[in-house]
Design a protein around this ligand. Structure first.
Ligand code: HEM
Ligand SMILES: *[C@@H]1O[C@H](CO)[C@@H](O)[C@H](O)[C@H]1NC(C)=O
Ligand SMILES: *[C@@H]1O[C@H](CO)[C@@H](O)[C@H](O)[C@H]1NC(C)=O
Ligand SMILES: *[C@@H]1O[C@H](CO)[C@@H](O)[C@H](O)[C@H]1NC(C)=O
Ligand SMILES: *[C@@H]1O[C@H](CO)[C@@H](O)[C@H](O)[C@H]1NC(C)=O
Ligand SMILES: *[C@@H]1O[C@H](CO)[C@@H](O)[C@H](O)[C@H]1NC(C)=O
Length: 374
C-alpha cells in the first residue's frame, strides 16, 4: 500500500505533464473534491496571565513516537511533548496561540503573528493545519496547488521561516538545520562558563545572562559568516534570529526570579521537556518585550541585516522604506503572492491570518509578493 504522502507525491509528479491526471478516486482527488475547508477557529485565551507552575498534572512528558512531527523550535517541541500541543505535531492556529500562552506566557498578538506566518508560509491555511516539523501525510497540498504540487513542507523547511544563524541548529547550507546540534550548544555553554552568573543552587557561572547571549550571538555571526558562503541574514531573519535568542532569556527563564540556569536550558534544548519546578514568566511577553531584549543582545556588537556576496564578503542590505522593514521582509516578501488568487473560505482564512501577521507591527496588511513553491 502506498502511504498517503507517497500517493500525493506520485500524483504531483505525474501532473508535471498537464495531460496526465491523477486516477479517479486517488487520494489527492479525494482531498480536493471532498475535504471541506475549515474556518480558522479563534483561540480561547485565559484571563489568568500570571506566574504558574508548568506543566500541570494533565500534561506529562511523553517522548514523541516515530510518526510524531518535531522540528527546529524547542518551544513548540516542548509543548507537543507535554500535550499542550497535539502530540503528533500537526497543529491549528488556535492550538499554537493557546499553547504558547499557557506554557510560556507569550502574549496573544505576538503568538498570533508567528502562528499565522507559519500557517501561511508552511502549512495549509484552507484546513487550518501546519506541521511543527516536516511534511506530513496528514496535511494535503493547497487547493489549486497554489504553492506547488506537494504537501506543505512544515516549519522545518529552510527559507520562509527557518533560516540561518540559529542557536542550536546548523545553517541549511552547512548541515542539519532542524535537529539539536551538540557542537553548537557546546559553544553556548562555553560562553555561559565564561560570562555566566553564579548561583548557590546550580553552581558558579551557571546562569545564562544577557552578556552570555551578546557574546555567543556575535561569535556565531563571525563563525557563520566565514563558514556559510550563501549566508542570508536579511531583516526578517535578522529579527527572528535575535528574537529567538531573546526567547531563550525571556521564556526559558524561571518565572520566580527571571533566572535561567544551565540545567534548565539544557532541559528545553536537549530533552525538549520542561525542567522540574518550572514556573512560566509572571507577565505576558509581547513584541515590545522581545524586541527590546533582541536589541540589547545585538547592540553589544552592532550588526546590520545583509548577506554574503559570492566573493565571501558580508554585504549589508539597503533597507527599503516601508511601514516596518521586518514585517515587510518577513511576511510580504516571504509569503507567496498566489495566496491572493484564492476565493471563498480559503481566502477568508488567508485574510484572517494576514491580518494577524501585520497586527503587532502596527502595519496595514500589505499583500504578499513572494514566489510560490519554494
Ligand atoms: C508562537 C509560535 C511559534 C512558532 C511558529 C515558532 C517557530 C519557530 C521556527 C520556525 C524556528 C526556527 C527558526 C530558525 O532558527 O531557523 C524557531 C526557533 C526557535 N524558537 Fe520558536 N516558534 C514559536 C514559539 C516559540 C516559543 C513560545 C518559544 C520559547 C518558549 C520559542 C523558542 C524558539 C527558540 C529558542 C528558537 C531557536 C532555536 C535554535 O536556534 O536553536 N518559539 N521557532
Ligand atoms: C475573563 O474575565 C471577564 C471579565 O472579568 C469574564 O467575563 C470572562 O468570563 C473571563 N473569561 C475567562 C475565560 O475566564
Ligand atoms: C564560587 O565562587 C566563589 C567566589 O568566587 C568561591 O568562593 C566558591 O568556592 C565557588 N564555588 C564553587 C562551588 O566553586
Ligand atoms: C524556580 O524557582 C523556584 C523558587 O526559587 C525553585 O523552587 C525552582 O526549583 C526553580 N525552578 C527552576 C526550573 O529553576
Ligand atoms: C565583494 O563583492 C561585493 C558585492 O558585489 C562588493 O561590494 C565588494 O567590494 C567585493 N569585495 C571584494 C574584496 O572583492
Ligand atoms: C485586523 O482586523 C481587525 C478586526 O477586524 C481590525 O480592527 C484591524 O484593523 C485589522 N488589522 C489590520 C492590520 O488589518
Amino acid at each position: 500500500m502506498l502511504s498517503l504522502l507517497q500517493t500525493v507525491l506520485l500524483c504531483a509528479g505525474s501532473l508535471i505533464s498537464r495531460s496526465v491526471v491523477c486516477p479517479a478516486g486517488s487520494l489527492m482527488g479525494t482531498y480536493l473534491a471532498e475535504q471541506p475547508g475549515v474556518p480558522i477557529s479563534i483561540p480561547v485565551t485565559s484571563n489568568c496571565t500570571g506566574i504558574k507552575k508548568i506543566p500541570d498534572d494533565d500534561h506529562p512528558f511523553i517522548a514523541p513516537g516515530p510518526d510524531d512531527q518535531r522540528g527546529p523550535c524547542p518551544g513548540l517541541n516542548t509543548l507537543a511533548n507535554h500535550g499542550y500541543l497535539p502530540r503528533n505535531g500537526i497543529v491549528t492556529f488556535a492550538q499554537i496561540v493557546e499553547a504558547v500562552g499557557e506554557g510560556f506566557n507569550m502574549e496573544y498578538d505576538l503568538a498570533a503573528a508567528l502562528a499565522a506566518f507559519a500557517m501561511l508560509g508552511r502549512g495549509n491555511a484552507y484546513l487550518d493545519l501546519v506541521s511543527i516539523g516536516g511534511e506530513s501525510p496528514l496535511i494535503p497540498p493547497l487547493p489549486g496547488f497554489i504553492d506547488g504540487h506537494h504537501a506543505p513542507y512544515g516549519i522545518s523547511k529552510h527559507g520562509r521561516f527557518e533560516g540561518d544563524m540559529s542557536i542550536t541548529r546548523q545553517d541549511a547550507a552547512i548541515g542539519d538545520n532542524v535537529n539539536f546540534q551538540e557542537d553548537l550548544y557546546d559553544e553556548l555553554l562555553l560562553y555561559t562558563g565564561k560570562y555566566g552568573d553564579d548561583s548557590p543552587v546550580t553552581g558558579n557561572s551557571s546562569i545564562v545572562t544577557l552578556k552570555v547571549m551578546q557574546e555567543f550571538k556575535y561569535s556565531r555571526f563571525l563563525e557563520d559568516q566565514v563558514k556559510n558562503p550563501v549566508l542570508e541574514y536579511h531583516p526578517g531573519r535578522f529579527a527572528t534570529s535575535y528574537g529567538e535568542a531573546a526567547f531563550v532569556l525571556e521564556f526559558f527563564a524561571n518565572g520566580t526570579d527571571g533566572k535561567l540556569s544551565v540545567p534548565a536550558m539544557g532541559s528545553f534544548f536537549r530533552y525538549q521537556t520542561f525542567p522540574q519546578n518550572f514556573y512560566r514568566r509572571p507577565s505576558p511577553a509581547d513584541i515590545g518585550v522581545i524586541g527590546w531584549t533582541s536589541h540589547r543582545i545585538m547592540i553589544a556588537h552592532p550588526l546590520r541585516p545583509g548577506a554574503n556576496a559570492p566573493n565571501g564578503t558580508y554585504v549589508p542590505d539597503i533597507v527599503p522604506r516601508s511601514c516596518d522593514h521586518v514585517y515587510y521582509d518577513l511576511a510580504v516578501k516571504n509569503l507567496p503572492a498566489t495566496l491572493m488568487t484564492t476565493t471563498g473560505l480559503f481566502r477568508k482564512n488567508i485574510d484572517f491570518l494576514l491580518n494577524k501577521t501585520a497586527t503587532p507591527f502596527d502595519c496595514p496588511v500589505i499583500p504578499p509578493i513572494g514566489a510560490p513553491d519554494i
